[in-house]
Design a protein around this ligand. Sequence first.
Ligand SMILES: N[C@@H](CCC(=O)N[C@@H](CS)C(=O)NCC(=O)O)C(=O)O
Length: 217
Amino acid sequence: MSLKLYGHPFSSYTWKALIPLYADGTEFQFRQVPEDQETYAELKRLWPFGKFPVLVDDGQVIPEATCIIEHLQAHYPSGNVWIPEGELGRRVRFLDRFFDLYVQGNMQPAVNHALRPEGKGDAFGAEQGRKNLHIAYDWLEGNLPNGGWAAGETFSLADCAAAPALFYADWVEEIGESRPKLQAYRARLLAHPQVTRVVDDARPYRPYFPLGAPDRD
Ligand SMILES: N[C@@H](CCC(=O)N[C@@H](CS)C(=O)NCC(=O)O)C(=O)O
């Protein structure tokens, strides 16, 4: 088998790469990091930052979840179109950036702060991130379609980014009843079979969530 994916079942960006791999039925070997020292060292030889997911295709190293999905679409095409052509594709790419940078990016500081040793955190950054999450939620509430997926009828790269981002962001700052459209979109994402699969596979790791995993989802 030529495809290997380094990642962790509880990692949001790993989910983003796993969802299309599962949906396409593409065969791959999962290399779980970082617990096992040898596998983690292997990952760091390939990608010295040690961040995951990283895809290795017959020796070619592809870091970054978005780039992994682009690689899958180009080299392992299926009936699924993750990034459409033209204007719709530009919308999908923009929304992919939105979910990574404005949802994940504003959720992560609170998680990082909770993980850091006493006195080494960034309480100010965590607070700013929490505030910005509400701005991101309001923007999504005003700009998401009423049904379907983020960019329309087809589940795309944007939804692969949205699923983990909104799953964990809601654990940090609840989306709440005042944003029914966004709440309903998150619920549709969690009911998608490949999203359900990654959520279920990650259940054993929930006790590791540093802010305490809520008793739902
Ligand atoms: N920009 C990267 C982010 C990858 C990332 O931050 N992954 C996290 C796990 S979700 C990670 O590797 N954390 C461990 C670390 O930073 O050492 C992507 O889109 O794939």
